[in-house]
Design a protein around this ligand. Structure first.
Ligand code: UPG
Ligand code: MN
Length: 742
């Protein structure tokens, strides 16, 4: 703490300056009123459906009404879960300038940074290296920073890249410090800055030569003799014996930099840098990223055991060197610190195209909803860009869960060198496959197992234990990550998420029951909102097909324009869409981006969520198992060009595209048939809602029609997908006609 001030001997010392403040957004009041009005609308609709159900005379009208009732009930439920985000949105500010007046720099806690990578071909080692360098260069006492890289790909290519990075860091860190560089990710810096000064020029050459070396090794697929310069390096690569595979190999731990031993070019200390590839064996489950993170927690405990832990995905580089100080404004605030489990920064991305065609920004998930959860008890953990208190992984704020060996406990102090035999021996022990069997890791300790979205699940469980969290969204982005730039990747990623979320939603820890019980209804609803993403597939698919097939077979399903109930539909539609759009605009987005976001919601609804839901059910019956399919971060030049022009990328015959094309076909035809009907009979009243729905979906499907018939580039819709979808549409139409006739 700061030294005693000269004049404070007789007066009581002034209160410490604030480290952060928060203010409730003004829109909260309006949101609450609107929620009330909209709830009445929903209740009226459900009442209307129930009446219709009771009075239905035929099996057909009964089933149609039942489908609508079910769909609208799901929509209503999902809508109600989103209200928790709107009840008390807050805005926070952190005062970095006050930090050293409250905590002396010498008292700053040490930080262990975890970077996960899993596949050198989907996650280019150079990009992982950039992420690591960007955090090694933080404006934070370097001897207090330790960067641990977990390589689930078990790849010598990644290790090689990091050996090179360690050498480059000795030049990069002092360069950043002395020139007060803001972009501390070398790639981002050299991309956006015309190196003018000779020193920058020199570094650029150095960087380029490292990049070339690493990329050529990656291309060759192995580290050749010519790349190995020291005996020490050779020893490391010797671990890659013939039996060494990604799924089956011993632990590799390589200390690349040791603070206090290795110095940078200017003679300053450097952070610790450790490469780690945990033991893998085909016979023991490895729990994907959650497993990797738990090994990181343990290995780092044996080496540095820092009280603060930052988790990063391999593509999330730091964009602001002051970020750890910002996190400290919350973590070291004496008034709230004891219960604060983590400080989450938003996931923001670089390279998104102008109108964000795939809604990759995920504005709701990463920017809007967290502000709402933060106003209640804290935001969810999103897997990267999150500073944890290490203690949070060991039971609730007032109930410590101890580890099997005392060295792993959060209060253990490590005094030995991280290269010492004793430390390395223990590190190997805790990184082995068997260490976790029959232990509390993954259930009561560390990152939690049992869901493909380990981030969401872990944050949720920590909050259930009583930990609070903070959402920190500074003006200058703290981190930037990559977005998938083709639709198949986007949809697969969303499918993985929807499976993982359903795993939590239907577990004994379901947010609806367990969450509500632990954290109250609003937090329970917030977490339930994500958990049940997958069931959005029910209303979205229903509304994509049912009214259209009914229109094609001459069945009318909705109130006529002259019916007062029609206005309820108008209100509910415009109310939900209008509010959604307004939220976007208020958050600084554009109408085009919002439009694409709602389009992607529908696209996910008929593809990712449907497939995710089915996969989840199959898995529940033990029929299939699903893994963590890593999203590719490799950029194909042609694809990237089309992406930047805002053109949808199909190209591969993915099963996820079939429902999209089928939707596009059915809606186009039903719209045309409906239109012809209207022109003939000159009465639109009866089928207006159905016609409007077809037209609305059709407008949304425009990129799909283009990809099917107009385009000739490699990203067009594969003919195979189109053919299958035509057959499927035909089958649906025939089935609908048959049903109408009985
Ligand atoms: O077995 C595995 C699988 C993945 N990863 C790492 O996990 C991270 C995230 O993987 P990615 O394919 O990029 O997934 P995304 O869908 O883009 O990630 C989001 O969703 C994940 C949960 O599904 C979270 O873990 C991420 O933090 C979150 O950004 C990457 O650094 C991977 O290297 C591992 O370490 N081991
Ligand atoms: Mn990712």
């Amino acid at each position: 703490m700061g030294g005693p001030s000269k004049s404070s001997t007789t007066h009581s010392s002034p209160p410490p300056p604030p480290l952060h403040t928060l203010e409730v957004m003004r829109r909260a009041g309006l949101n609450r009123v609107f929620a009330l009005v909209y709830t009445c609308g929903i209740l009226a609709l459900l009442y209307h459906h129930s009446l219709a159900l009771l009075h239905s005379t035929t099996l057909l009208s009964f089933s149609l009404t039942l489908s609508l009732l079910l769909s609208d009930a799901v929509l209503a439920f999902m809508w109600s879960t989103t209200q928790s985000f709107r009840m008390r949105p807050i805005r926070r500010r952190a005062f970095l300038e006050n930090l050293t007046r409250v905590v002396d720099e010498s008292q700053f806690p040490a930080m262990d940074v975890f970077i996960c990578t899993a596949d050198p071909y989907k996650e280019p080692p150079m990009s992982v290296v950039n992420t690591a360098l960007s955090v090694m260069a933080y404006d934070y006492p370097p001897e207090k920073v330790s960067v641990y890289v977990s390589d689930d790909g078990g790849s010598e290519l990644t290790l090689f890249a990091f050996m090179e990075a360690a050498k480059f860091a000795a030049h990069w860190l002092p360069f950043c410090r002395m020139n007060k560089i803001e972009d501390r990710c070398p790639d981002a810096y050299f991309r956006s800055n015309q190196a003018g000064a000779s020193e920058a020029e020199k570094l650029k050459t150095m960087y380029e030569s490292m990049k070339e070396k690493v990329e050529s090794v990656v291309e060759k697929g192995h580290v050749g003799e010519e790349c190995i310069t020291t005996e020490h390096e050779r020893e490391a690569f010797n671990k890659w014996t013939t039996g060494f595979t990604r799924q089956d190999h011993p632990t590799v731990i390589q200390v690349l930099l040791e603070s206090g031993k290795e110095m940078d070019e200017a003679g300053h200390e450097m952070p610790n840098l450790v490469y780690l590839s945990r033991q893998k064996s085909k016979t023991s489950p490895h729990h994907f990223k959650a497993g990797a993170l738990n090994v990181l927690l343990r290995v780092s405990a044996t080496m540095t055991n820092a009280p603060v832990v930052l988790t990063l995905d391999c593509d999330m580089y730091s964009n602001d060197p002051q970020t750890p100080l910002r996190a400290l404004c919350y973590l070291s605030d004496p008034s709230s610190a004891s219960k604060l489990g983590y400080v989450q920064f938003p996931q923001l991305f670089h390279g998104i195209n102008k109108n964000d065609i795939y809604a990759s920004e995920l504005k709701r998930l990463f920017q809007l909803n967290p502000v709402g959860m933060d106003g209640i008890a804290g935001t969810s953990y999103v897997g990267t860009g999150c500073f944890f208190r290490r203690r949070a992984f060991f039971g609730g704020p007032s109930t410590l869960v101890s580890s099997e060996i005392p060295e792993l406990n959060p209060d253990n102090v490590v005094t030995k060198s991280i290269r010492s035999q004793a430390v390395l021996k223990l590190a190997h022990l805790v990184a082995s496959c068997n260490f976790e069997s029959h232990s509390k890791w993954g259930s009561e300790m560390g990152f939690r197992y049992g869901s493909l979205v380990e981030d969401y699940y872990t944050g949720y469980r920590l909050q259930c234990e009583g930990w609070k969290s903070v959402f920190c969204h500074p003006d200058r982005a703290a981190f930037f990550g990559d977005v998938p730039i083709n639709l198949d990747d986007v949809l697969n990623q969303n499918k993985r998420w929807s499976i993982g979320l359903l795993e939590v939603g239907f577990s004994k820890y379901s947010p609806v029951t367990f969450g509500t019980w632990c954290m109250g209804p609003l937090m329970g609803l917030s977490y339930a909102h994500y958990a049940f993403w997958g069931i959005w597939s029910i209303p979205i698919t229903t509304y994509a097909f049912l009214p259209q097939l009914a229109l094609l077979t001459g069945v009318s399903m909705f109130p006529k324009v002259s019916d007062p109930w029609f206005y309820l539909y108008v209100f509910l539609f415009l109310g939900a869409y209008g509010q959604d759009c307004l939220d976007f605009i208020l958050a600084g987005s554009t109408v085009q981006r919002w439009w694409n976001d709602q389009r992607m919601w529908m696209i996910r609804g008929v593809s990712s969520y449907v497939f995710g839901f089915i996969d989840f059910i199959l898995k529940s019956f033990g029929i299939s198992a699903h893994g963590f399919n890593v999203t590719s971060k490799v950029v194909d030049d042609e694809q990237s060009k089309r992406y930047n022009q805002g053109i949808f990328e199909f190209g591969v015959p993915s099963p996820l595209f079939v429902p999209l094309v089928t939707t596009a076909i059915i809606n186009l035809i039903s719209f045309l048939v409906g239109l012809i009907g209207v022109i003939r009979s000159r009465d639109m009243g009866e089928i207006f809602v159905q016609l409007f729905l077809s037209g609305f979906v059709m407008v949304n499907c425009w990129p799909i029609y283009e990809a099917m018939v107009l385009r000739t580039d490699k990203g067009r819709m594969p003919t195979k997908t189109t053919k299958i979808s035509i057959l499927l549409s035909l089958a649906l139409y025939l089935a609908a006609s048959l049903i109408v006739q009985i």
